[in-house]
Write a protein that binds this ligand. Structure first.
Ligand code: PMP
Length: 430
């Protein structure tokens, strides 16, 4: 496959866009080489500037759960756009969105729309702090919640040390309020609460982690977080920006039957346009302006075109059997790749929940936390990645990102992917 035009565009992009990209992972630093520039998508396929076709397992990092340019979503967007691109005033469409979300997501009594996942988590944290009158929050190593200051923090040298910024530009005085412990490790959470319980406003967690590749919660983990928050008067926030409408219709909270106090959403809820949301228990959400004193606002919040794309997508995913099908296709993909890795003597493991999955070149042991995920055989992953790309299969360009299947991925797409994997994995074992 030629990428002459992608090369040209990447050079042009770098002249005026930092690193040539508008979000770092797109730069292919995780896999080497240069990013592919796309022109269009259709169903399970992406087309690059040279008209090479790829089967897409990124799906815009999750939002495109019904595939690219689904006719019903495109029509809804066109119709909404023709009526006006935005008013910065209330519309009926945003009521329909709020009603839909509160009906589908078990924990939601009230919901506020925003324009990104980052805004959703940042606002949820402020709200939890305002509601409890406490400053500290607890998060988990390897979980990503967007790039707000208090969430770009990693653990100090032990669970009981205060957080340190993972980026210059974040004051220590902000980061020190963020405590970080290992994912799936309830004992560490309990230990931190034994020391700081009275000061912790919230636990924020990806109920299925999707930003250290895909790592599901071990049995009892989410339930344990619920109990600990209840015992200490802290707010439990499920960051379902990725898992919302991805692992099940009601998100991970429906799948695992654990109800958080607040939930953040993004990705699927915007059907591919820039949308986020946060919502939850009436009593907490009533603290938000203009009802209450916790300030939060947005010029583009509830934008009618974005609401139309989201609502059209949310309508399609409520079709009977949608998630059973999505999950089955994802399982076929994952089991198929694992089988071919075994045949090629490449030690691999995988995780899969609903329409999200993670392939790990870490060995054959199950991966349940960040530390294990980092044991990836990176060179092998990179060779696999580029081999698959050569065969027209587009995975996320990093070993630490989850993959996504859409309802447009049929048996033929999966079979073609497995055929490519068989050839690529066989070469890796040489
Ligand atoms: N939370 C989670 C769990 C995410 O996966 C992401 C983005 N991948 C975010 C928050 C941030 O969302 P956005 O990129 O829309 O700001």
């Amino acid at each position: 496959m030629t990428q002459i035009h992608s090369d040209d565009l990447f050079r042009r992009a770098q002249a005026h866009i930092p690193g040539g990209v508008n979000s770092p992972v797109r730069a292919f630093k995780g896999v080497g080489g240069e990013p592919v520039f796309f022109t269009r998508g259709e169903g399970a396929y992406l087309y690059d500037v040279d008209d090479n076709r790829y089967i897409d397992y990124v799906n815009s990092w999750g939002p495109l759960i019904v595939g690219h340019t689904h006719p019903e979503v495109v029509t809804a967007v066109q119709e909404a756009a023709a009526q006006g691109l935005g008013f910065g005033a209330p519309t009926a469409t945003e009521i329909e969105m709020a009603e839909t979300l509160c009906r589908l997501v078990p924990s939601m009594d009230l919901v506020r729309m925003v324009s990104s996942g980052t805004e959703a988590t940042m606002s949820a944290i402020r709200l939890a702090r305002g509601f409890t009158g406490r400053d500290k929050i607890l998060k988990f190593e390897g979980c990503y919640h967007g790039h707000a200051d208090s969430l770009l923090v990693k653990a100090g040298s032990g669970a009981l040390t205060l957080g340190v910024p993972t980026s210059p530009g974040i004051p220590l005085s902000v980061a020190e309020h963020t405590l970080t412990v290992s994912y799936n490790n309830l004992a560490e959470v309990q230990e931190v609460f034994n020391h700081f319980g009275e000061q912790i406003a919230a636990i924020i967690v990806e109920p299925v982690a999707g930003n250290m590749n895909c790592v599901p919660p071990v049995p009892g983990f989410l339930e344990g977080l619920r109990t600990i928050c209840d015992n200490h008067g802290s707010v439990l926030i499920f960051d379902e920006v990725m898992t919302g409408f991805r692992v099940a219709l009601g998100g991970a909270q429906a799948l695992y039957d654990v109800t958080p106090d607040l939930t953040t959403l993004g990705k699927v809820v915007g059907g591919g346009l820039p949308v986020g949301a946060f919502g939850g228990r009436q009593k907490i959400m009533e603290m938000i302006a203009p009802l209450g004193p916790v300030y939060q606002a947005g010029t583009l919040s509830g934008n009618p075109v974005a609401m139309a794309a989201g609502l059209a997508t949310l309508k399609l995913i409520q079709a009977p059997g949608f998630y059973e099908h999505l999950s089955r296709q994802t399982q076929k993909l994952v089991n198929g790749i694992l089988g071919r890795a075994r045949d090629a003597d490449i030690p691999m493991t995988a995780n899969q929940v609903g329409g999200m999955f993670g392939l790990f070149f870490t060995g054959e042991e199950e991966v349940t936390c960040y530390e294990q995920a980092t044991h990836c055989h990176l060179d092998r992953f990179k060779s696999f990645y580029h081999g698959m790309l050569e065969h027209g299969i587009y995975f996320a360009p990093s070993a630490f990102e989850a993959g996504f299947v859409s309802s447009a991925h049929n048996d033929e797409h999966i079979a073609a992917t497995l055929q490519a994997a068989e050839q690529v994995l066989a070469k890796l074992s040489l």
